[in-house]
Design a protein around this ligand. Structure first.
Ligand SMILES: [Cu+2]
Length: 99
């Protein structure tokens, strides 16, 4: 019985990505190279700017790695708009990777 439940769980989980794009609001993530951050306050500043972008679901900013990893709703925003939000906050941003 436990095996059947596990199998159902797996099937539901695996079929989800195939079904999900049919709905509005598909999520993707991108990595941006961010120049100009020097301390934790910069990190927070960039994160705050990203959180304010409509369609951004999650933003991880790492001052040491000079990176921002952003999960966003493809219907509402895109990597270039996300990079612009960082630029507008006073830092340099370049889209490194889209998925
Ligand atoms: Cu700083």
């Amino acid at each position: 019985m436990r095996g059947v439940l596990l199998a159902l769980f797996l099937v539901a989980g695996l079929s989800l990505p195939a079904v999900y794009p049919a709905f509005a609001g598909e999520e993707k993530s991108c990595t941006l190279k961010v120049e100009g951050m020097t301390c934790d306050a910069c990190e927070k500043h960039v994160k705050k700017a990203l959180d304010k972008v409509e369609g951004v679901k999650d933003a991880k900013v790492e001052v040491k790695a000079k990176k921002a990893i952003v999960t966003y709703d493809v219907e509402k925003t895109n990597p270039d708009a996300i990079a612009k939000a960082i630029t507008d906050a006073g830092y340099e941003a370049k889209v490194e990777e889209k998925s």
